[in-house]
Design a protein around this ligand. Sequence first.
Ligand SMILES: O=P(O)(O)OC[C@@]1(O)O[C@H](CO)[C@@H](O)[C@@H]1O
Ligand SMILES: [Mn+2]
Length: 417
Amino acid sequence: MPQILTKAIDTVHRNKHKFFEDHGEEGMEAEKRALSFFSKLRNEMQTDKPIILLTDNQPDTDFWNQYLHYQKSLLKDAEQPSWFKSPWLYVECYMYRRIQEGFILSPPISEFDVFREVKNESFFQSQAAIIGLCTYLQDLKKKIAQFTENQKQEEFFKLLQVCLWGNKCDLSISGGLDNAQKSSILNSLESLKPFVLVNDMESVWTILLGSKESETGKGVKKRVDIVLDNAGFELLTDFVLADVLLSFKLASEVHFHGKCMPWFVSDTTKHDFDWTIKQLLAANHKWMSKCGANWKENLHKNYWTYHEHLFWTLPHEFSSMAQTAPDLYSELQKSDLVIFKGDLNYRKLTGDRKWEFAVSFPQALTKFHPAPLCSIRTLKADVQVGLKSGVGEQLSSTEPDWMVTGKYGIIQLCASV
Ligand SMILES: O=P(O)(O)OC[C@@]1(O)O[C@H](CO)[C@@H](O)[C@@H]1O
Ligand SMILES: [Mn+2]
């Protein structure tokens, strides 16, 4: 976290001239204000100061401040939540929210996304893998009419796994350093199979076909939601999956959910989402630009919809969503399948608790079940449930860091509770 914050400070500093160009002297003043805010923040973090209230009067400020009171209520009388002692999930989210506060309190540069440069770079560095994937998809779509159900299933499974391994490419685990996808994942899927510790692809397929039975004269009405994680290569894999869901008629609408502020370095915001499609459209490569054009049209025709909600950037675990964000919960209840991408979402699904490895996924969800849901994540944090007896223990003894390197992955479904 200090490394990420230090990089953010450096980025603000390097953009001084841009702030001047955009806003004149006021921009320079704002840069100074933001920098002194961030230096203070870094000091609070590194010296284990108490967590303090937010002061920026944003729509989520009260939620954050109430959450601090709640954290305090869990401690003994004189104890204070602080950077080293509070739950990691909370403190980590809090750092990103404080960075946002630093910009909010520094107009006119409040809208500055300090992680945009690295997100965009990571997209360009994954160019070869992106071309490979776009080409594969367009080729696949030409053949759909001839596909048997089995072939469709096989292709869908492939792209689901691509979507999984795409989650290796986040920039917060690498401390904001280059973590792009350099090679084609499609050729490595077989050799990666042993690292998929929970593989519920068959049941995901059954769920998606199941809703096909509700086919009426008007065609299928099936909704899949994707709670997005990282921009860059991972977002591309999500787009490809969403495209195949429509092309294979496994869904009639796909709803994406993104972050409404820069988050965990590489997480997708509305700007990243739109920027990615624009880049594809403008690319000097036939199949990339074809993907861009198709996906723009999907959005235009409302086959694809992008949603934002503040809940995704709160520190709350998802079991509190029904209470904290009932509107979002009822939105997800409209879905036939909600796909949660990435490690942070898994931590929030399971409350980031020290569950036994063999505890069931439904149990760890602690009543969170707006709809059938599936987590697709590579393991980067020390929480994992739903493993066959002994598997986690065995891995812990042979590979002590098996949970935090992104080497292993899961496609884990909870169909009902
Ligand atoms: O949600 P993602 O993008 O898959 O992963 C984010 C993440 O790996 O980054 C941090 C590593 O420092 C962890 O807190 C977190 O789980
Ligand atoms: Mn992320």
